[in-house]
Structures are given as C-alpha cells and as structure tokens.
Ligand binder design. Structure first.
Ligand code: SAH
Length: 357
C-alpha cells in the first residue's frame, strides 16, 4: 500500500513484526504517531491459532494451526546438530493425489494466503524462543508441508521475499527450499522470479510407475520435468544442484533395476538424491523398504556417481514425518468418495480380470 512514507518505515515495520515478534501497533514506538494511527485503521495483524503442539522423543515439534472455522494445517520443526529446519504448508490439503501421501487422502480445500504461510514461521519462531531456544533456531525453511507450493505460486513467492529479507528473517537463499511434484511451467517461472533451492519429488524412474505414484506425471512426464530442471540449473547464477526426493516403497520402486534406471535418468543433471524411507499411515497400502533394499539402492546410485542422502525419519511418534501431515481439511474435492470410487473401480477390474481368466 502506498503511504507516502520513506522506505525505511517499511523496514522498521518488518523488524517489529518479524524480528521482535510484536503485533501490537501501539508498541512500535519508533513509528510516528500518525503512521501508527493510519496503520491501526487499515492493517490487520492476524495469525493462525495454535490448536495443538506435540513434541517428539527426537525433539521434532509439530503444530496444528487453525486457519479458519473448518480447516487446520500442520507445521513441523526439525532440530539437528548444526541446523533447525522448519517445514511449512502452502495449501489446506493437497489436490495432487500422490498415492503414498497422507495429505492427499485429506483432499483439498484452498490455497493458504501469504499471511497464513509466513504466520507459520512467525508462530514457530515465537514458540521456539519461548522454549528458550536461540534466536536463530530456524536456520532453514522448506516448503515440504501440506500442499503443492507451485500451485500457490504468488503467495509462496511473497513469503520467500520475506524469508530472504534482511529486515525480516534474513535467510540465505540456499536455506530456503521449494519442493514440487513437478509443475513444469511454474518451475520456469520460479527460476525467473526468485533464487532458492529446488527439490523435485521424483519417486519413480520411469513414466509408467510415476504415472501411478504421482498422477501429475500424466500431465508433465519425466522428460519434460527433467528438461525444466536442466533449464533451472543452466541459469548462470546457479552453480548448485537440484535435490530429487525418492520415497522408498517396499517392492514398488526400490529394486536394483529401478536404481539403475534412476542413474541413467540423472546422468547430465546436477543432482542430489534424497532417499526417504516411506512413513506409514493408516490404510496407506504401502510398506517401507527394508534397510537392505535402501542400502543396496543407495549403493547403486553412488556407484553411478550420484550424491545420495538417506533421510532419517524424524518425528514419527507424533506423525510429523514426511508425508504424514494431515491437519484438518474440509475436503472440497470430496476425496473420500473419490477414493471409494477408485477402490470400487479397481475391485471391478480385478473381478473382470478374474472372470476373463
Ligand atoms: N507437494 C510438494 C511438497 C510436499 S513435500 C512435493 O510433492 O514435493 C513432502 C515430501 O514428502 C514429498 O517429497 C513427498 O512426496 C514426500 N512424501 C509424501 N508422502 C510420504 C510418505 N508417506 N513417506 C515419505 N515421504 C513422503
């Protein structure tokens, strides 16, 4: 909003809200009385409301945050020795239907506003400080909570601007990661708009399997996705790599042959592979790969020259691990009935198959 004020007023405002955590406009004493009264008249500082806070045995913290009458989202803080990562949600639920993800089962309600997204960081920061953690407990922010960030593009970009701003959170651009299931056109727009780290939820090394696990692949197949990744990396100022996330599903995508296919796919891409042992949830229909399968898979990738990290599940006892976030979603897409239909259809095709055999 244009107020005819000097730019440093905006910087002061950012410092009050994001660095000092002050939401009472009257307490912002270095703003003039007239500016404070005009801000009071037309500015609302509203935050999501903490509905619950759960702390895992391993120190991971999960907050359930109410964003409106019917919906709540989840935000997770993952402390490690040398860093603290905050995993934030970008949508209420998710519309993408990845078969192994708990959020998908919740259905989709709406995009979060930029305020609701940055509000997660504000709340986590304040709670961590109240718990006596350092002022810099949050060193990294990842868009790996509920939702597909690139389908809420403008709000996500506004939030990234605040995360990187020295007068707000001042995070380095390598410390902010956008993770996507592969919304190809938006990967290009992202690369032209902001400079942050990119993670791709790949999960399968060929289109046939990826079409099944990540249905968005039917719209943007692997070749198109990797071409977009190469364009992203070819931007002059980007010398680093893209992280490819790969959930390890027992006997689904974890064979040695899958690993070899993945190596072939990622030659010529500056890639880091992040293997994520599947995190279970009720009626998922999947099991986590055995440790042996994960080790073998990882070995093949490393022999193929890839950098591989196996993600250690965190916060499992409070259902805060990757893919377990569910929140409370009023499902506008009626995903429940959608699943019933899918289930019935698969039973029907099985019946047809048996009848024809
Ligand atoms: N929609 C974005 C952001 C979500 S990130 C994306 O897909 O990238 C959450 C990450 O956890 C993704 O890589 C997702 O595929 C992965 N994930 C989802 N369900 C999982 C599960 N049950 N176990 C392990 N990882 C899972």
């Amino acid at each position: 909003m244009q107020r005819g004020e000097n730019k440093f007023r905006a910087q002061q405002w950012f410092q009050w809200v994001y660095q000092r955590g002050i939401t009472d406009i009257d307490a912002m004493t270095d703003l003039s009385l007239s500016l404070r009264s005009s801000l009071r008249a037309d500015t609302e500082l509203a935050l999501p409301v903490i509905e619950s806070e759960n702390i895992s045995r391993d120190g991971t913290i999960k907050w359930l945050l109410r964003v409106d009458d019917g919906n709540a989202i989840e935000t997770v803080y993952i402390p490690e020795k040398s860093r603290g990562t905050l995993c934030i949600s970008s949508q209420v639920g998710c519309a993408l239907d990845c078969t192994f993800c708990a959020t998908a089962r919740q259905g989709f309600n709406r995009n979060l506003t930029a305020a609701e997204i940055i509000g997660q960081v504000w709340i986590a920061d304040q709670r961590l400080r109240a718990m006596g953690k350092s002022k810099h407990a949050i060193t990294n922010v990842v868009f790996m909570g509920m939702g597909e960030p690139l389908l809420n593009f403008n709000n996500v970009v506004s939030v990234i601007d605040i995360l990187l701003d020295d007068f707000a959170y001042g995070l380095g651009k390598r410390k902010v990661t956008v993770s996507t299931s592969g919304v190809v056109p938006k990967i290009d727009t992202l690369s032209q708009t902001v400079d942050v780290s990119l993670a791709i939820s790949l999960h399968a090394p060929n289109n046939e399997l990826r079409n099944e696990l990540v249905p968005l692949n039917r719209k943007f197949p692997i070749e198109e996705l990797l071409a977009a990744c190469k364009r992203y990396l070819s931007q002059k100022h980007r010398r680093e790599s893209i992280t490819f996330e790969y959930v390890m599903l027992d006997k689904v995508n974890d064979s040695i042959d899958h690993a070899k296919q993945l190596c072939a796919l990622l030659t010529n891409v500056r890639a880091k592979v992040n293997l994520i042992p599947f995190n279970p949830f009720a009626n998922s229909g999947y099991r986590r790969s055995s440790q042996q399968a994960i080790d073998q898979f990882s070995e093949v990738l490393m022999q193929g020259g890839l950098t591989v990290i196996t993600r250690r599940p965190r916060g499992e006892d409070i259902a805060a691990a990757c893919g377990q976030l569910a929140g409370k979603v009023v499902d506008k897409a009626h995903r429940d009935s959608h699943y019933v239909r899918l289930y019935e259809r698969s039973m029907l095709s099985r019946r047809i198959a048996t009848t024809c055999a």
